[in-house]
Design a protein around this ligand. Structure first.
Ligand SMILES: NC(=O)c1ccc[n+]([C@@H]2O[C@H](COP(=O)([O-])OP(=O)(O)OC[C@H]3O[C@@H](n4cnc5c(N)ncnc54)[C@H](OP(=O)(O)O)[C@@H]3O)[C@@H](O)[C@H]2O)c1
Length: 305
């Protein structure tokens, strides 16, 4: 599905009117100091810095990017963020919006709902020159399908999305009205979000349902790359590209670690198979964790919490 909506190139500041490539320099704001003109990179704000936000923050710091992180309770929820990089932001509380820098690029890392509040905030804050990355979910492709097959078809970014879902309405508004770059994210795993533990606890079992996963380290890399390389108003599937049936994962986890889910086998849902070729091609990205099992091996060697 081709992106629809306004042409964002017309509203961009001069240095962004050219085609955006992955080698495109950071947008800059000009400041005048004692030694004459100098440029400083525009800050990036992580709106809603939870599990993924923490990883984005760490990665941006490693890359010396100017990064700020928001929470509704910054003093207690952002202990690993430098105090001067913490922002109090609550989508539901407009008085908190003034705490954002006057010009920043945004990585929106919580569900973009409710629509009316998303619209109010975006109209208030999102200048045409802003770069906006929004973390959506592959659940956007969930639809009641009476013709569901045992082997579900592959889904790419042209597949139909379910605009009845509230978060999809928010994402589509941001995409079509504010040039939001939508990342449709598969199930996130990584340290402290370990599928082996999900199996042990019976949160998942040996069903024939397909699951699509992404390691949080790859997700964090792709969020920062999306700010640089993503096409405004476009969407990208974010998954490791290897959908697997839970039954297959359970069997491998049992073989490697002797851990078995207390759940019974289940054949009721086909799940989805998500393609990720678009993001690989357009962002020139190589996955750090392309294969689930070596990644699980590393997670299981880490000391527990
Ligand atoms: N987890 C998955 O497997 C998965 C799969 C697909 C997509 N996603 C999506 O990917 C994004 C990141 O996932 P995640 O698991 O890293 O999320 P997360 O840990 O829940 O972090 C999001 C943070 O956003 C903040 N937040 C929530 N509501 C807010 C509001 N109204 N205004 C301002 N901040 C708000 C919360 O932090 P404070 O309480 O500190 O404010 C929350 O911790 C989310 O949009 C999620 O739905 C997740």
């Amino acid at each position: 599905m081709a992106p629809s909506g306004p042409d964002f190139s017309t509203g961009l500041c001069p240095e962004t009117r050219t085609t955006i490539t992955c080698n495109r320099p950071q947008q800059t704001i000009t400041r005048f100091g004692y030694d004459g003109p100098m440029t400083v990179p525009r800050p990036i704000v992580i709106l809603g810095s939870g599990y993924t936000g923490h990883w984005i923050y760490e990665l941006a710091q490693q890359q010396s990017l100017p990064i700020l992180a928001s929470s509704r309770h910054p003093e207690t929820r952002l202990p690993d963020v430098a105090p001067d990089a913490r922002i109090r932001f609550d989508l539901m509380d407009p008085s908190s919006w003034a705490g954002l820098p006057s010009q920043a690029d945004l990585i929106w890392a919580f569900p973009a709902t409710p629509l009316e509040q998303v619209q109010l905030f975006a109209r208030h804050y999102c200048l045409p020159s802003l770069r906006l990355v929004v973390l959506g979910s592959t659940s956007a492709y969930d639809r009641a399908d009476p013709t569901a097959q045992e082997l579900p078809p592959w889904i790419d970014e042209t597949s139909v999305i379910n605009v009845d879902l509230p978060r999809v309405q928010g994402e589509e508004y941001l995409r079509t009205h504010h040039g939001g770059i939508i990342l449709r994210v598969a199930g996130i795993y990584g340290p402290n979000r370990n599928p082996v533990q999900w199996i042990r606890q019976g949160r998942v079992g040996p069903s024939t349902k397909f699951v699509n996963l992404i390691h949080v380290e790859d997700l964090a890399q792709l969020c920062l790359l999306a700010l640089k390389c993503g096409q405004p108003g476009d969407s990208y599937n974010i998954s490791d590209g290897h959908p697997r049936r839970w039954a297959e994962i359970c069997a491998e986890v049992s073989r490697r670690w002797g851990i078995v889910s207390p759940r019974q086998a289940d054949h009721s849902e086909p799940g989805k198979r998500i393609r990720n070729q678009k993001v690989i091609a357009q962002f020139s990205y190589t996955f750090r964790h392309p294969d689930l099992y070596p990644a699980l091996q590393s997670l299981n060697m880490e000391p527990g919490p």
